[in-house]
Design a protein around this ligand. Structure first.
Ligand code: AHR
Length: 507
């Protein structure tokens, strides 16, 4: 039987978990907006056209920040199309996803929806077909109190108080040839720098995210990030990272993919710090992993989708149990880098590669990936702690040596609870976990939640929405200073401990 050991020690704090690590993303893509979060006429829609059933599932995730309106969509978007009287809003060919966009939902609706979802908006500006001028006008429209062209337009649109949007993305994946208005790193860096300057001149309190590489496989990965940061360092607060993983061979290979996320973060942190050193900068630029998920199930069907439809069912991945385990491993990886990854957005939130699915005009349900994300968002707030896992390994043909155990701990803000998040990647055997908890002599196990399934490809569907769900029936116990648990094969685990103040050893 494979084995793994962890140590819970007060000396191994990684850093404070920024709650914005549990962010998500809504793009004008497929049925994310229309038929997802917004569907006037749906039996569960409120007076604003927001689906209350979907809002309930979003609120339960406690998502603190939501990115909008793209994604690739933003690089061709005129934000002015989406504000003002509904009848005056244009219908456009939306080139990023070859769809029709009628603009019934725009910035004001999104900010209102975020308030209803108890989240704050993160807005992206278009640096593809537009630039600094449209970007600074949008900041003025959203955040300036009154007495100017754009702030007064917002007031005429019925929003007297500023929206107070705090976080802004300087474009999206501008290194990608698929992007409308793609740029070289120097071209992007110059435009992003000028946009950042004027956006902060309009509102100096906002935080800005510069585009990093779209993924680690880009031929310009690293160099793009370095050049973009050289241009923008003084004006920005974060650099963005994106990644999506797909299954190309077996389950062990799929589950090993999160090692690449770890490498991506480590390499970008190094680049940020090199640029900082060269600039003799006092400020540290942190990381915003603002698109991450598993994405592959829908690719084939999407290739056959007829163009120029309104809200076509694009990117509607139905997630399996093994996908949820990979999402769990990725969430753990983000927490293991909580000292530098301050924001992250599970991409996306509803219908489009999402934890929540809906039927237009019908029901909604939680996909498998909903659960690990939800558990981390509920119990993963406070201080992330490294568990220094020593685990048996297996060999992945894609990623080499992969530990069976992926794990991290989080100590709650008040110091009375520690939660261990753990995945057993073994396809057929339980993992025997032992934890050294001698630093916490009064610890007790509150509960051990686990999500398992005999079929790694089991999924929650409209007709069977609860095929894969977590249960609090794990066997974690404390036995003379040791945490002992058997983690079932292919399982997601949440071991919640109540702890007193740690024992301190005199120096
Ligand atoms: O999330 C789907 C797409 O993936 C986004 O629009 C884009 O930024 C990324 O390539």
């Amino acid at each position: 039987m494979p084995k793994a050991k962890i140590t819970l020690s007060q000396d191994r704090a990684i850093g404070a978990v920024d709650p914005r690590l549990y962010g998500s993303f809504i793009e004008h893509l497929g049925r994310a907006v229309y038929g997802g979060i917004y569907e006037p006429g749906h039996p569960r829609a409120n007076a604003q056209g927001f689906r209350e059933d979907v809002l309930g599932l979003v609120r339960a995730l406690r998502v603190p920040v939501i990115r909008y309106p793209g994604g690739n969509f933003v690089s061709g978007y005129n934000w002015e199309d989406g504000v003002g009287p509904a009848a005056d809003r244009p219908v456009r060919l939306e080139l990023a996803w070859r769809s029709l966009e009628h603009n019934a939902f725009g910035t004001n609706e999104f900010v209102q929806w975020c308030r209803a979802a108890q989240a704050q908006p993160m807005l992206a500006v278009n640096l593809g077909t537009r630039g600094p001028d449209a970007a600074r006008s949008l900041v003025e429209y959203c955040n300036h109190p009154r007495g100017t062209q754009w702030s007064d337009l917002r007031r005429r649109h019925g929003f007297e108080a500023p929206h107070d949007v705090r976080i802004w993305c300087l474009g999206n994946e501008m290194d990608g040839p698929w992007q409308i208005g793609a740029k070289t790193a120097d071209e992007y860096g110059r435009v992003a720098c000028e946009a950042a300057k004027v956006m902060k001149w309009v509102d100096p309190t906002i935080e800005l995210i510069t585009c990093g590489s779209s993924n680690i496989s880009m031929s310009t990965f690293g160099e793009w990030d370095r050049v973009a940061l050289e241009h923008t360092y003084e004006h920005v607060d974060y650099v963005s990272l994106h990644t999506y993983y797909r299954k190309s061979s077996g389950t062990p290979e799929l589950l090993g993919r999160s090692l690449r996320m770890d490498e991506q973060i480590t390499r970008i942190v190094r680049i940020c710090d090199e640029v900082k050193a060269r600039k003799k900068g006092a400020k540290t630029v942190n990381l915003s992993f603002d698109e991450w998920n598993v994405w592959y199930h829908s690719n084939e069907r999407d290739r056959t989708m007829a163009p120029w439809q309104l809200a076509p069912p694009l990117l509607e991945d139905i997630y399996t149990h093994e996908d949820a385990l990979l999402v769990g491993c990725m969430m753990i990886t983000l927490l293991r880098h909580a000292d530098r990854v301050k924001m992250a957005c599970l991409a996306q939130l509803v219908n489009v590669i999402a934890p929540i699915m809906t039927v237009t005009g019908g029901a909604c349900w939680r996909q498998t990936i909903y659960y690990p994300f939800c558990h981390a968002s509920l119990w993963g707030r406070g201080t992330a702690i490294a568990l220094s896992p020593r685990s048996d390994h297996y060999h992945s043909t894609d990623d080499g040596s992969v530990p069976y155990l992926e794990a991290v701990g989080v100590c709650s803000e008040d110091g009375t609870a520690i939660t261990v998040f753990a995945v057993n990647r073994h396809v057929s055997e339980p993992l025997q976990l032992t934890g050294d908890v001698r630093d916490y002599p009064g610890a007790t196990v509150v509960e051990h939640i686990q999500m398992t399934h005999a079929n790694p490809e089991a999924a929650n569907t409209r007709d069977n929405p609860d095929a894969v769900t977590p249960r609090a029936d794990g066997n974690a116990t404390l036995q003379s200073g040791a945490l002992v648990a058997s983690l079932p094969p292919l399982s997601w685990n949440v071991i919640r401990l109540r702890v007193g103040p740690p024992v301190t050893t005199p120096a």
